[in-house]
Design a binder for this molecule. Structure first.
Ligand SMILES: NC(=O)c1ccc[n+]([C@@H]2O[C@H](COP(=O)([O-])OP(=O)(O)OC[C@H]3O[C@@H](n4cnc5c(N)ncnc54)[C@H](O)[C@@H]3O)[C@@H](O)[C@H]2O)c1
Length: 338
C-alpha cells in the first residue's frame, strides 16, 4: 500500500510524518541513535502495540480529558525517574490527541527537553494533535492552559490502528478534517484514506512551518475552536473536541455573517460542508447557557484583546480580536441558544 512522507520544515527541528498502513514498523529506525531506553506513554484500550529493540517501559495513563492534567504529568515524570530515563533517551506517545498532548508535555519538561515520537491512533491525532509541537494539559480553569511548544522527532500515522476507532471518534476526526476543508478549499472527502490524512498533515505542516509558535498565521488552525473549547468545558466534556469544533465553525460562520465579513451563500456553504457533506452535528446542546459560554470564551488563550475569534472573511480565515458582544448575541440567537 502507498506510504506518504511529509516533512514539517522547521530548520534543525524538521521532522518526518509517515502515513500509511503498517508504517508503525518504522518506529525503531526513527528513534534517535542516542536513545538507550524508551518510555512508552499510552492508554489501556489503545490497540497499537509497539516493538522496540531498546529497553522500554510502558506507562498507562487514564482515559478522558479529566486525566489530561498536571497530576498525570507528575505521575508520568515519577515513572520516568524510576525507569532511569535520561535526556538522551526517548518518549513515545501512542494514542489519541489526549495521549500525545500529555506525552509531549511530559517529554518537553523531562530534563528540560527529551525527544518524543508520536504514534497517533485517532483521526484527530493523525490530522491534527500529533503534528506541530503543541503540547499541554488542562486546568480546572480552562483547556490546555499549561503547556509547551515541543516538536516531535517523528510522527508515525499507522492507519491500521483506525480500524478499531469507535464511530463517534471518527466523526470527531471529521470535525478537524472539515476545518482543513475551509482552510484549503480542498474537497477532502473525495480522496481516500490514507491520502486524506496525508493531505491534512501537509496543510498543517505548511501552516506550522510558516509560524511555529503561533505569532500569526498558525492561529487559523483554531477555526471553530474559541466556542469549541468553551462548549467542551461547559458540557463537562460530554461533547467531544471534534464535535465541538464542528458546532464552533457554524457559530463562527454566523458571527462572520452578522459582522458582514461573509455573505449568505458562504454561511449556507458552512452548513453544506459540515452538516450535509461531513454529516456532523451543528446544533448547540439545549442545556448549555450562553452566559456560561461567553465567560469561558473570555478565558481563551487568543483573547488578549477582548473576545477573539478566528473568522472567515474576504481575506480568507483570520484572527479577529475585540468582537462586540452584540454580534455574539446575534449568533447565539441564530443558533437558538438561551
Ligand atoms: N496539540 C494539538 O495541536 C491538538 C490539536 C487538536 C486536538 N488536541 C487535543 O487532542 C485531544 C483530543 O484527541 P482525540 O480526539 O484523539 O481524543 P482521545 O485521545 O481522548 O481519544 C478518544 C478515545 O479513543 C480511544 N482510542 C484512541 N485510539 C483508539 C483506537 N485506535 N481504537 C480504539 N479506541 C481508541 C482513547 O482511548 C479515548 O478513549 C484533546 O485533548 C485536544 O485538546 C491537540
Amino acid at each position: 500500500m502507498t506510504e506518504h512522507k511529509i516533512v514539517v520544515s522547521l530548520a534543525d527541528r524538521s521532522y518526518p510524518v509517515i502515513v500509511g498502513s503498517g508504517v508503525s514498523n518504522q518506529l525503531q529506525a526513527l528513534i534517535p541513535k542516542t536513545a538507550k531506553r524508551a518510555a512508552i506513554v499510552t492508554q489501556q484500550k489503545i490497540p497499537l502495540k509497539v516493538n522496540l529493540e531498546i529497553e522500554s517501559t510502558t506507562i498507562t495513563i487514564g482515559d478522558g480529558e479529566q486525566h489530561k492534567n498536571l497530576q498525570t504529568i507528575e505521575s508520568i515524570s515519577q515513572q520516568f525517574a524510576k525507569f532511569g530515563l535520561t535526556r538522551s533517551d526517548v518518549v513515545i506517545g501512542v494514542g489519541g490527541g489526549m495521549v500525545t498532548d500529555v506525552a509531549g508535555f511530559a517529554a518537553a519538561s523531562w530534563h528540560r527537553g527529551t525527544a518524543v515520537i508520536h504514534l497517533p491512533t485517532t483521526l484527530v491525532g493523525m490530522v491534527d494533535a500529533a503534528i506541530g509541537g503543541k503540547t499541554g494539559v488542562n486546568l480546572d480553569q480552562g483547556k490546555n492552559l499549561v503547556g509547551a511548544f515541543w516538536q516531535p522527532t517523528a510522527v508515525i500515522c499507522d492507519v491500521e490502528s483506525l480500524k478499531t476507532l469507535p464511530e463517534r471518534e471518527t466523526r470527531c476526526g471529521l470535525g478537524e478534517v472539515a476545518k482543513y476543508h475551509f482552510l484549503s478549499g480542498d474537497d477532502l472527502l473525495a480522496i481516500e484514506l490514507p491520502e486524506r490524512i496525508a493531505r491534512c498533515v501537509q496543510i498543517k505542516a505548511e501552516i506550522v512551518s510558516a509560524d511555529e509558535r503561533e505569532q500569526g498565521g498558525r492561529a487559523v488552525l483554531n477555526y471553530g475552536h474559541t466556542l469549541a473549547h468553551a462548549l467542551e468545558r461547559s458540557s463537562s466534556f460530554a461533547l467531544a473536541h471534534g464535535e465541538a469544533v464542528a458546532i464552533g465553525m457554524i457559530f463562527a460562520a454566523h458571527l462572520a455573517r452578522f459582522m458582514n465579513r461573509i455573505d449568505d451563500d458562504r454561511l449556507a456553504y458552512h452548513y453544506k460542508v459540515i452538516r450535509d457533506t461531513y454529516r456532523l452535528g451543528v446544533e448547540l446542546p439545549k442545556t448549555i447557557k450562553r452566559s456560561d459560554l461567553v465567560g469561558l470564551m473570555r478565558l481563551d488563550k487568543k483573547a488578549i484583546d477582548g473576545l477573539t475569534f478566528v473568522l472567515d472573511g474576504k481575506n480568507g480565515i483570520e484572527i479577529v480580536s475585540g468582537v462586540e458582544e452584540k454580534y455574539i448575541d446575534q449568533a447565539f440567537n441564530a443558533m437558538q441558544v438561551i
